[in-house]
Design a protein around this ligand. Structure first.
Ligand code: MTE
Length: 312
């Protein structure tokens, strides 16, 4: 079977569709009568998908937000195919109700959370975060969610819980990409316990004030803004507290290319391309990649004394 992990796609290959899409968004902007919704800046106001009682948060970044349309049509979600538009085209087959998230492993209070009760675990906040994909593009996304630490506190990890593993739903019937061998399914990601407890790490259930679209990882996904996007596992069905460092889907697929930490780092290149620059979706010129994606003041102390070339 031909394995083609997403990072076998050369930056030169991924540029054309991106520019094409940007151009399309730009062309829409040229229409004199184009309203905000047609531009895709914000979602169309649909009362039934709007999340109630969302607070604003001090963790909000003051940068121009990526338009809703780009956030929801330019995605990586290999369970629905490897093309950037595949998730938006195909994720309609994912049933997000009923949905349970199993919390298990080294915790005193394991359990199953129905998604609607999980969403009420803590007040929902809007947090505008910078997101950086390992492929070299970035976006600024107004997520809606709550700190992962809120869930962790409730399940009371034991002293042996050193890492947290996040596992995506495994159901090839609903996720056609899982019928291919592009990754070893299900998708697995992981964090060290102190990373998982960091206030910036959130469980996300929405964006732009609306229920999370399937292609962005509905009904619940992780978001860890100082790490490359692939750490932010989508459509989570299981959260396991474990003693040993989890073997993540990307480490399993290409261990030389994807380490466990995967912190955004302009000084550690991917073996096949530089990480020094990035393209913000919607912009033409590249920007410098920021250490820890610009969140160094908040997270650098987690890695004090670690060789980040070795623990990439
Ligand atoms: N989660 C699952 N289950 N499957 C995936 O293929 N792709 C990752 C991450 N989470 C992925 C996933 C990658 S590579 C990125 S960049 C982000 O999701 C993209 O999130 P977005 O499409 O909401 O921007």
């Amino acid at each position: 079977m031909l394995l083609r992990p997403f990072c076998d796609i050369l930056p030169s290959e991924i540029t054309p569709p991106e520019i094409y899409r940007e151009r399309r968004l730009f062309m829409q902007g040229m229409g004199v009568l184009a309203a905000g919704a047609a531009l895709g800046i914000a979602p169309d106001a649909q009362a039934e998908t709007r999340l109630a009682g969302v607070r604003s948060s001090a963790y909000t970044l003051n940068e121009e937000k990526t338009p809703y349309k780009a956030i929801t049509t330019y995605n990586n979600f290999y369970e629905f195919g490897t093309g950037k538009s595949d998730p938006a085209d195909k994720a309609g087959s994912l049933k997000t109700r009923p949905w349970t998230v199993k919390v298990e492993g080294k915790v005193s209070k394991p359990g199953e959370y129905d998604i609607d009760s999980l969403m009420k675990l803590a007040p929902l906040e809007e947090r505008v975060y910078r997101m950086r994909c390992v492929e070299g593009w970035s976006m600024v996304i107004p997520w809606v969610g709550f700190p992962l630490s809120e869930l962790i506190r409730r399940v009371a990890p034991t002293g042996n819980a050193k890492y947290v593993e996040f596992v995506t739903l495994n159901d090839p019937g609903q996720m056609p990409g899982q019928r291919s061998g592009v990754l070893d399914w299900p998708y697995v990601e992981g964090l060290r316990m102190d990373e998982a407890m960091h206030p910036l790490a959130i469980l996300v259930v929405g964006l732009y004030g609306q229920v999370l679209p399937n292609q962005n990882g509905a009904p619940v996904r992780l978001v860890v803004p100082w790490k490359y996007g692939f750490k932010s596992a989508k459509s989570i069905a299981r959260i396991r507290f474990v003693e040993k460092q989890p073997l993540t889907a990307w480490m399993r697929a290409a261990p030389r290319e994807y380490g466990f930490y995967s912190n955004v780092n302009p000084h550690v290149d991917h073996p096949r391309w530089s990480q020094a620059k990035e393209r913000r979706i919607g912009e033409f010129l590249k920007r410098d990649t920021l250490m820890f994606n610009g969140y160094g003041a908040q997270v650098a102390q987690l890695y004090r004394g670690m060789d980040l070339q070795k623990f990439f």
